[in-house]
Ligand binder design. Structure first.
Ligand SMILES: [Mg+2]
Length: 355
């Protein structure tokens, strides 16, 4: 089998409501759909979701796609490890572009094998509990959103914080008061706190008897020892996200025992091939991982679901981006049920892209 055509198609995903975290607000997400066509009439779909965290934009993805294209035309799409290593050698950075291409190759592999991807990857589990994120907003709106999420059957919410500690405490305690007995609460500060603030937040919530399941990236990405200080002094499990971009970052994090857990996103690590390596690094170090997502289409997020279900050490999922869009071009794929996300049993990713 050979790849005969490869396209990168930019799309704009409109968010139902603006999404704010400690350092940015977005209303539209730029995604780039990747379409691979083979001489056996199999089509593979993938998607790149460039983000400030990966230092990519729509423009960098489209420009560097032309370089990647030369490697792929005429190649056998099932030789994913070979193509991944050529891509890693010839194209520095660009993890979401690499992820988009790598996901499309895995989609073809699944379709060629007539198996859903999570089974092909080893199929550790058939579904995984996911959190749904509540962005920064006035407290009443955040509480309302939390109630809505809980009423839809979700069992875990992730509250954004890191903007203003006193306001954050009010937001978190108000949400806990409304639905805290029914759902697990995770926090994500997106690098917004000092070590002192992070510890103060945890202590205050402890006094209020509020259990936090995971506290994500309290401090700045580049200050490894600040994150380690929080991890060492804190009763709540601390998860690295912005600090964990590359495979090398993952090795550093586990070797220096910087965090209790790591958030692996396919867009940060460069696709499923690299996520498998990150899973091996972390599993050996006994550091559980969560699979998260960017503001990404189902053509990308479905790959995260398959990866999450493939492996034992992926103990947590935060796969909710598709709930925010009205105009996604990728249909089908995984479904939500009673707080879980369940991958499609169709071959490959199991998504149909209408474009
Ligand atoms: Mg995060």
């Amino acid at each position: 089998m050979r790849i005969i055509k490869i396209e990168a198609i930019p799309i704009e995903l409109k968010l139902k409501e603006p999404f704010s975290i400690s350092n940015e607000t977005i209303e539209v997400a730029d995604n780039i759909i990747i379409r691979l066509e083979t001489d056996e009439e199999l089509v593979g779909w993938g998607c790149a979701a460039p983000d400030i965290v990966t230092s990519e934009t729509k423009k960098t993805v489209l420009t560097n796609f032309n370089m990647a294209k030369k490697t792929l035309i005429g190649a056998d799409p099932t030789r994913i490890n070979l193509l991944n290593s050529i891509m890693e050698e010839n194209l520095k950075g660009n993890p979401s572009l690499k992820a988009g291409i790598n996901i499309a190759l895995y989609d073809i592999l699944g379709k060629k094998s007539n198996m859903p991807l999570f089974r092909l990857l080893g199929g550790y589990r058939e579904k995984i509990l996911t959190s749904v994120t509540i962005g920064l907003n006035p407290t009443e709106l955040m509480v309302e959103k939390a109630k809505k999420i809980e009423s839809e059957g979700f069992k875990s919410i992730k509250i954004k914080c890191g903007f203003n500690i006193n306001q954050d405490i009010i937001n978190i305690t108000s949400i806990h008061e409304a639905i805290g007995k029914k759902v697990r609460i995770r926090l994500d500060a997106n690098e917004g706190y000092s070590v002192e603030d992070a510890l103060k937040l945890v202590k205050t919530l402890e006094k209020e008897d509020i259990t936090i399941e995971i506290f994500e990236q309290p401090t700045k990405a580049n200050y490894l020892y600040s994150l380690k200080d929080v991890t060492n002094q804190c009763s709540v499990p601390i998860m690295a996200d912005e600090t964990a971009l590359t495979l090398r970052d993952n090795i550093k994090l586990v070797r220096l025992e910087i965090a209790d857990m790591i958030n692996i996103k396919l867009m940060k690590i460069g696709g499923i091939s690299n996520a498998i390596k990150a899973n091996i690094i972390t599993e050996i170090a006994q550091v559980p991982i969560m699979v998260g997502c960017m503001n990404e289409s189902m053509a990308a997020m479905s790959a995260g679901v398959h990866f999450a279900c493939g492996f034992k050490n992926v103990q947590y999922a935060d796969l909710d981006s598709v709930l925010d869009f009205d105009n996604d071009v990728a249909k089908g794929g995984p479904r939500y049920e009673e707080g879980y996300i369940i991958p499609s049993e169709k071959p490959g990713l199991g998504v149909e892209v209408q474009i």
